[in-house]
Design a protein around this ligand. Structure first.
Ligand code: XMP
Length: 511
């Protein structure tokens, strides 16, 4: 079994993965396990420390989440974060109750006592709180390390046992020195070394894939995007002869995309590619469908059907590999207590019954980490820095029914947008850029004639992992050129608008 430096026990926080990610960024390998994992499984990982994550429950509720109490007797350093802190306090008989004053957002903490946890950090720092319960008295054997205006027990510790408890979330970016606190815990309390990197990730994933797949074969579904290309590269290096790389043209691709993907796999990635034209079946199933979630489910199901049909043509295919990322999983709500935002086609959009078993080597990491891994595996910058393109393709960028005329309009506008961004150097400065066909008609005047045509919305965003995003502040002249060209060159469009919403509260895609 693979060892982990730090084990993070997940009590259902939206941010649990961020804890592991922040540790990885500092070269420490952390693994996440469910809160109720057995003590034997914890011991088998031989961790050097344990982190108890945040979570939506209350420790005093009847349905509260508890880890095995033996966790506190392993002799390992423990860091409790938010719910994890309350759990630690509760375990050591302190009282936890609803806070009269709920705290969400920024707060300032003041360090009261020196500790390895705050080594080389300023006495006052901004942190990010999100809690509605509070610890009312200090557990026995603990002392206060830091206070905030609303929280006299904001950080407390039993230094002898190396138990630390934080009311705030060090893993989120708004906690000014949060990642340093996590690093200090790993380095000084747990004696972890900073030796882990994306190369180590590739190595452990390779071992995992070989162990799981044995002598069977894997169908690797690729879209030409960075995630699935990285998965294909990883599988090729792990089990070369057992991988069948498949690309499905679902009729929802951008202009010339199929040709570009075929070229890329043949020439850049030097991998054999089976390219399947399934556009007819996808488009016929989408006819008349306007509900976004229904579109996503139809596309997800049809993809699997096409993959399974292809798998039958080869012997011993037992697995389907996909480039699912952590962001896809959290938004499709297949873990924790988080809510479904949208069913990402390769996660929530899958049919309930599948004949192929899934392999998703990237499901614990974020897009920017995938890019680093891609470079590590030798993929070209052009592949690694391609803008993300969603599995359901243009279907979720056409408001209302998806049909060939609408796809045709959208494709033409999209080509112009990308041409303009590439020629002005803005493609590489932005996370994602695309057009949306609004299916809203408006009146215009062209020459001396009245028009009554469709509207294109241009969406360009800046992001680092796709979980949050802001609209890109493109110079007006470039926006003006994009608008002028789309209206002049795409027959059927007489108006272009720019989306100036951020995520949250909007999402990046429109559906
Ligand atoms: P949203 O719209 O959820 O998008 O803010 C976040 C990022 O994920 C991409 N996206 C998808 N990718 N399958 C994918 O492979 C999907 O179903 C899917 N939906 C959204 C989106 O383009 C953005 O980069």
């Amino acid at each position: 079994m693979k060892k982990a430096d730090i084990l993070v026990l997940d009590f259902g926080s939206q941010y649990t993965q961020l804890i592991a990610r922040r540790l990885r960024e500092q070269g420490v390998y952390a693994e996440i396990l469910p809160f109720n994992v057995s003590l034997a499984d914890i011991k088998a990982k031989e961790p050097k420390g344990i982190i108890l994550s945040g979570g939506p429950a209350s420790v005093y509720a009847t349905d509260a989440y508890f880890c095995d109490k033996g966790v506190f007797d392993l002799g390992l350093p423990i860091l409790g974060i938010c719910y994890g802190m309350q759990l630690m306090a509760h375990h050591f008989s302190a009282s936890v109750a609803p806070a009269g004053h709920k705290e969400y957002g920024k707060a300032t903490i003041e360090i009261q006592k020196d500790s390895a946890l705050f080594k080389n950090l300023p006495k006052k720092q901004t942190v990010w709180m999100s809690h509605s319960d509070k610890v009312e008295n200090l557990p026995q054997g603990f002392e206060v390390l830091a206070t905030s205006e609303n929280s006299p027990f904001c950080v407390f510790a039993n230094e002898e046992k190396k138990f630390f408890a934080l009311q705030f979330h060090p893993e989120v970016q708004h906690s000014e020195f949060g990642k340093n606190i996590l690093k200090n815990f790993a380095k000084y309390a747990c004696n972890c070394e900073s030796v882990w990197n994306m190369g180590s990730f590739a190595k452990t994933q390779t071992e995992k894939i070989r162990e799981e797949v044995g002598n069977d074969k894997v169908l690797c579904a690729v879209s030409g995007g960075v995630d699935s290309s990285v998965v294909a590269a990883l599988l090729s290096s792990a089990i070369k002869k057992q991988v069948i790389v498949v690309f499905v043209d679902n009729g929802l691709l951008r202009a010339n995309e199929r040709e570009q993907v075929e070229f890329m796999f043949k020439n850049t990635l030097k991998t054999d590619l089976i390219s399947i034209d399934a556009s007819e079946i996808f488009l016929s199933r989408l006819a008349g469908v306007i509900d976004p979630e229904q579109k996503r489910k139809i596309i997800g199901n049809t993809f699997i059907e096409v993959f399974e049909q292809e798998a039958k043509k080869h012997s011993d295919v037992k697995y389907l590999a996909q480039g699912t990322l952590y962001t896809d999983i959290i938004e499709s709500s297949v873990i924790g207590a988080s809510k479904t935002i949208k069913s990402h086609h390769n996660v929530g959009g899958l049919p309930e019954k599948m004949n192929l078993k899934l392999i998703e080597p990237l499901k614990e990491i974020f897009k920017d980490e995938v890019r680093t891994l891609g470079l590590e595996l030798g993929l070209s910058k052009e592949v690694v820095y391609r803008h993300p393109f969603p599995g359901p393709g243009l279907a979720i960028r056409i408001m209302g029914e998806v049909n060939r005329p609408s796809l045709n309009l959208l494709r033409q506008a999209d080509v112009i947008l990308l041409e303009e961004l590439k020629s002005t150097g803005w493609y590489d400065k932005t996370w994602q850029a695309f057009c949306v066909l609004l299916n809203v008609k408006s009146v215009g005047v062209m020459g001396d004639n009245r028009t009554y045509d469709n509207t294109i919305c241009v969406r360009i965003v800046d992001a680092s992992d796709g979980m949050t995003a802001t609209f890109s502040h493109l110079p007006y002249e470039i926006l003006e050129n994009i608008s002028r060209r789309i209206i002049n060159e795409v027959k059927g469009i007489n108006r272009v608008v720019y989306d100036i919403s951020s995520k949250p509260p909007a999402t990046i895609e429109w559906e």
